[in-house]
Design a protein around this ligand. Structure first.
Ligand code: FE
Ligand code: ZN
Ligand code: FE
Length: 205
């Protein structure tokens, strides 16, 4: 097929996304594993399955174009995944880490939404309705994944991240607590470490 430059742009963008989705099939399991919130973990695991199917549907688009399904390193996705990895490597409390995982995952979804919107419109412009339909379906899946993450963040995870320090008593509170004289000072309370800390923190929280 003799390609004009718009064809080349279209195919290059498809190859970029094909590679991006493949990168994601490796990154999503790591993010899911790092998540503590069960619903977040499930959402990421389910999106992994969706992503694997998207790889196959992109192959279908390549077939329709009579082009080999070959990727081209997507630096945008590589960068987003790298930033997500940095969050996983931080020493965050589990609830805060969950909020960070959502932040990273939503950047990925928005990147995909931008690209699939463009690709769908390119396909429409070319009169390639079959590809346009596939790309539109994928676009909707990415939007759905993004909405689900927003719901999780807004309904529970962000609030849990906000109160994370209070529940476990973080370093600052602990140090402050130990320096104060309270009626219980020096009295070792039975129960878990976190329970003891919570009691010690009581008066000024
Ligand atoms: Fe995707
Ligand atoms: Zn890219
Ligand atoms: Fe996605």
């Amino acid at each position: 097929m003799q390609m004009d430059s718009f064809d080349k742009l279209y195919v290059d963008q498809l190859r970029d996304m094909y590679n991006a989705e493949k990168q994601l099939t490796k990154a999503l399991p790591k993010m899911a594993k790092a998540a503590s919130n069960q619903e977040l973990r499930t959402a990421l695991e389910e999106h992994l399955e969706v992503t694997k199917r998207q790889v196959e549907r992109l192959e279908e688009v390549f077939r329709g174009l009579g082009r080999p399904a070959t990727g081209k390193t997507c630096k945008g996705m590589a960068g987003l995944i790298e930033e997500g990895q940095e969050i996983l490597e931080e020493d965050f409390e589990p609830d805060v880490l969950d909020a960070g995982i959502i932040a990273a995952a939503q950047k990925v979804e928005h990147y995909e939404i931008a690209t699939y919107g463009t690709l769908r419109t390119f396909a429409e412009t070319k009169g390639d309705t079959k590809s346009a339909r596939i790309l539109e379906e994928i676009l909707e899946e990415e939007k759905e994944a993004d909405r689900r993450l927003t719901d999780l963040a807004e309904s529970s995870i962000n609030m849990e991240a906000e109160t994370a320090g209070e529940e476990t008593g973080d370093e600052e509170f602990e140090e402050e607590g130990e320096g104060r004289t309270s009626p219980r000072a020096g009295t070792r309370q039975p129960g878990s470490e976190s329970q003891r800390r919570r009691e010690g923190d009581g008066p000024w929280l």
